[in-house]
Design a protein around this ligand. Structure first.
Ligand SMILES: Nc1ncnc2c1ncn2[C@@H]1O[C@H](COP(=O)(O)OP(=O)(O)OP(=O)(O)O)[C@@H](O)[C@H]1O
Length: 306
């Protein structure tokens, strides 16, 4: 399979070189050079409309760059449909809308990618489903329907489904939208825990600066059609760049031209919500109560089966 991940390699999980991304006639991002090391967590922050989701779309091949190259695990993102599908099997995606099918139970939702993309026998799939639900602290929720789940539980089921095929790369687009502070803390802890335990690489697009930055190894900030910051959380914190300070403090005036038309939850709102975030201890208690002592890992279906 062209996009099987080499078992041990120094090739970064993601590499963009000289990338320009257009939407129609508009250039959304240009001159993008970045590397995402394997095993790391990268947070992509930035004002509304600055191109964070567009960047993710380039990684999944949904958006073809107008210039430059995008590589995932050392392979250029293909354009041919068949090869693109193979690539996408190795990329788990969690979107803010969850995308759970309402007439299927939590377990059936998690089983969906396994049934679609593998030829594993049903008892094995059932076992894998339980392991994935166990990994997000919801083993006992297998028979519940989405309407019977809280927002936080539904997000965790969606996460279990996103990791069903053991993707080496996970993309999260606003994983905290609509969640209360405690559920947000649980999700962020799970993302960090799964990344470490399952040996994945994670990229998180988020407005939730305070919750996202602490679990990140690398932070990227998009603004003004480019990446205006790439560094560690400590470097972000220490930066006195007026543009970054404006964004992090949610100030409306400054070097970032906020587009009022696309002013969704402003950075200020996001920071205000983040201020109310649950103390880490509460989050840890919830996780400990919900999750098992360790995250179960599933045997990776072989490349042919996927
Ligand atoms: N499918 C599309 N077709 C045309 N324009 C698009 C499409 N998707 C996004 N855009 C435009 O591209 C720009 C960047 O959008 P994008 O969603 O990448 O920003 P973002 O930083 O993720 O924003 P937000 O934080 O509000 O989600 C916006 O002006 C948006 O209107």
């Amino acid at each position: 399979m062209p996009h099987a991940v080499p078992p041990a390699s120094n090739v970064p999980a993601v590499r963009l070189s000289g990338v320009r991304l257009d939407r129609g006639a508009r250039t959304i991002l240009s001159g993008i050079d970045l590397e995402v090391p394997r095993g790391s967590i990268t947070a992509i922050l930035g004002p509304s409309g600055s191109g964070k989701s567009t960047l993710l779309a380039a990684l999944t091949g949904e958006l073809v760059p107008a210039a430059g190259t995008v590589e995932v695990f050392g392979q250029p993102v293909p354009r041919r449909h068949r090869e693109l599908l193979a690539l996408r099997k190795g990329i788990g995606v969690l979107l803010q809308g969850n995308g759970l099918l309402t007439d299927l139970t939590a377990g059936e939702n998690v089983a969906l990618p396994l049934r679609t993309h593998t030829t594993l026998p049903t008892p094995v799939i059932e076992q894998l489903v339980l392991m994935k639900l166990h990994a997000v602290g919801l083993r006992t929720a297998a028979d519940l329907y989405p309407r019977e789940l809280s927002g936080g539980m539904a997000r965790r089921v969606a996460l279990a489904r996103a990791i069903a095929l053991d993707p080496p790369l996970m993309l999260y687009d606003e994983p905290l939208t609509g969640l209360d502070p405690i559920a947000s803390g649980v999700i962020m802890s799970l993302i960090a825990r799964l990344n470490a335990t399952l040996g994945m690489t994670s990229i998180i697009v988020s407005h939730h600066v305070r919750e996202t930055v602490p679990i990140a190894d690398q932070v990227l900030v998009t603004a003004n059609r480019g990446i205006v910051f790439a560094g560690t959380p400590a470097e972000l914190e220490a930066s006195d760049d007026p543009l970054l300070r404006q964004f992090l403090r949610g100030e409306p005036d400054g070097p970032i031209a906020f587009d009022p038309a696309s002013a969704q939850p402003s950075a200020r709102d996001a920071l205000a919500r983040a201020e109310a975030a649950a103390p880490a201890r509460v989050v840890a208690d919830v996780l400990d109560a919900a999750a098992a002592p360790h995250v179960a890992t599933a045997p990776r279906p072989d490349a042919e089966a996927r």
